[in-house]
Design a protein around this ligand. Structure first.
Ligand SMILES: *Cc1c(COP(=O)(O)O)cnc(C)c1O
Length: 399
């Protein structure tokens, strides 16, 4: 039996189990103890499992810093997108209108969700990687009094940009509108203190910065919004109010809960606390990013984003200009060395991404850089410098 993961010297490497590290933004590399927590079956109606659900909700709420007891936590079956859809369908009235702040795939997915819901929305689309700013949000809200809600993406995982959520919240509050936050890939590692940042609801999921396995997400919302959501949802199974009311009354999930996933998540939450909560988790990810980015830059790679907007979650690099570079081959060579990287999602230039989250530390990130150096060598690429078009693309960020 393997020892528990600790980051004192060399962490327990996931490859000890014969698996590559997942340098991806979830599913990600989990601790052995998190996997081990799934080796038992639980009855969904049983008191033991109800206690686990209650403990999980309390632990998640504690991470928001809600000292005034204004919020509650509602777990919801499905992946993160199910929770975004549940949030939009439950908190936006049928005659409401949403301003979607998009700068990547997840913002556009929120807009697409509004389309499916058949509810009014308008879009500020900043392209692949420019952040939405307070002044343009204020102008959009002034121009359209029908807008009732704004949805912002905390960390836009498609580029890795950390959006200025405090600035966004301030602009939304100043105009008397309501803010919903997709904090999927930031919650648990980047502080979003509800005492400082005004929002009505936020969502995240089990397989991101808390480092659980996939299977459910959770909505953290003001109780007043949860009350007001009654009868509003377009969907039976994604009705946040109904799930909340049922859970508060019975302690149970409305429909079959992902029992093993919840057991694993509770273990992940205990490890999160042992690491120092949001601050401790965030500090390790920042270190992961800084070590990895410095090493990759040393090989000639360049990041899409300026340091100011680089999240500690995932980093986008331009593909090297060298004629011998091919992403598919690079991917396979990295995988052979125990590291699964992530393709890019930009429209203009070719790129790839490296995640900083999951059970890994700076020692692992140094090995990632070594693996990248070796892989380039094997491909006959002597510098990872990007093409001129990529640099021109990035120059737009100077704005
Ligand atoms: C992961 C993620 C989601 C949800 O994606 P799923 O594949 O449905 O889990 C939504 N928004 C952001 C910003 C994400 O990173």
């Amino acid at each position: 039996m393997l020892a528990e993961t600790k980051f004192a010297a060399e962490p327990l490497p996931s490859p000890a189990l014969g698996e590559p590290y997942l340098l991806t933004p979830g599913p990600l590399t989990t601790a052995y103890s998190v996997k081990q927590a799934m080796l038992r079956d639980w009855g969904s109606w049983d008191g033991d499992f109800r206690a686990m659900t209650a403990e999980m909700r309390a632990r998640l709420l504690a991470l928001t810093g809600d000292t005034r007891d204004e919020f509650d936590c509602v777990p919801m079956q499905g992946s993160g997108s199910f929770c975004v859809e549940a949030m939009l369908g439950s908190f936006v009235p049928k005659d409401g209108k949403v301003l979607v702040l998009a700068n990547g795939a997840y913002g556009l997915r929120a807009a697409q969700t509004m389309q499916y819901l058949g509810r009014a929305y308008t879009l500020i689309d900043k392209g692949d990687y420019l952040p939405p700013r307070g002044d343009e949000i204020a102008a959009a809200l002034d121009a359209d009094p029908a807008i009732t809600h704004v949805i912002a993406i905390h960390c836009e995982t498609s580029s890795g940009i950390l959006n200025p959520v405090a600035e966004i919240a301030e602009a939304v509050q100043a105009k008397g509108r309501k803010l919903l936050v997709d904090s999927m890939s930031a919650f648990g590692a980047v502080a979003l203190d509800v005492n400082d940042i005004r929002c009505e609801a936020m969502v995240s999921s089990a397989n991101k910065c808390i480092e659980g396995v996939p299977g459910f997400g959770f909505i953290i919302a003001r109780k007043s919004e949860l009350e007001a959501a009654k009868g509003r949802s377009h969907s039976l199974s994604l009705d946040v109010h109904a799930q909340w009311a049922h859970m508060n009354k019975t302690g149970q999930w409305r429909y079959t809960p992902p029992t093993h996933v919840v057991a694993a998540f509770l273990e992940a939450l205990r490890q999160h606390e042992a690491e120092g909560g949001v601050a401790g988790r965030g500090a390790r990810y920042v270190r992961n990013r800084d070590v990895m980015v410095a090493g990759m830059r040393g090989l000639g790679f360049e990041t899409l984003l300026k340091d100011r907007w680089l999240s500690p979650i995932i980093v986008t690099f331009f593909n090297p200009a060298h004629a011998n570079f091919a992403f598919d081959r690079f991917y396979e060579l990295m995988k052979d060395k125990g590291f699964i990287i992530y393709p890019g999602k930009l429209t203009v230039v070719d790129s790839f991404r490296v995640g900083c989250i999951g059970q890994m530390d700076e020692h692992v990130m140094r090995r990632v850089v070594e693996a990248a150096a070796q892989s380039l060598d094997e491909m006959g690429v002597d510098t990872a410098a990007p093409p001129a078009a990529a640099i021109a693309e990035r120059a737009k960020l100077a704005a």
